[in-house]
Design a protein around this ligand. Sequence first.
Ligand code: MD3
Ligand code: FE
Length: 207
Amino acid sequence: TEIAPDAVHVPDWLDADHQRQLLEACRAWARPPAGLRTVRTPGGGTMTSRQVCLGWHWYPYGYARTVVDGDGSPVKPFPAWLADLARDAARDALGPEAVAATAPYDIALINFYDTDARMGMHRDSDEQSDAPVVSLSLGDTCVFRFGNTESRARPYMDVELRSGDLFVFGGASRLAYHGVPRVYAGTAPPELGLTGRLNVTLRVSGL
Ligand code: MD3
Ligand code: FE
């Protein structure tokens, strides 16, 4: 389903087995060193999701090769299979021309949301590439708010993202404001064994 130009939602893109495999990988990446951390914003705020990065470490607002705002460790490598997964996902959602000229995917940002976690409206503008962002959701269903490129305010559209869903944002939607206003507790597929929600975004750094 095209939610906006070049913003495509593909429900159930990952089957149960692939969801389980991705979750297991995320659990391993969450372990120290360079494991799950709480992100603090320059304004003194604290993000309520907790995050781990692969390939490049994101901090507000830039990318580094070490966990500059955490334990200082070198960032975990970005595996080749994730780059392949990202390219396949972007192709499936937007078509082959969307990734024909882009550099390989080289960043994963993994956010763990407990039931009370939210993500405020923001733009992802720290990458030096206009390659589409690929988003994979696991666990509890959330409300994903997809806005406009001008401001955090309306108009925006609310979409539910469920375990296994793919969302790809390229072209005209690449710099749109977006956020996660709500996570629905207890909506994860019981066989997955995840409380809360996990989101993997795959990006091209252009660095
Ligand atoms: C729209 N994550 O990691 S993913 C983030 O569900 C982030 O955890 C949210 O926003 C989450 O930065 C939303 C969907 C997403 C990711 C990147 C986008 C939407 C986007 C980039 C441009 C426009
Ligand atoms: Fe984002």
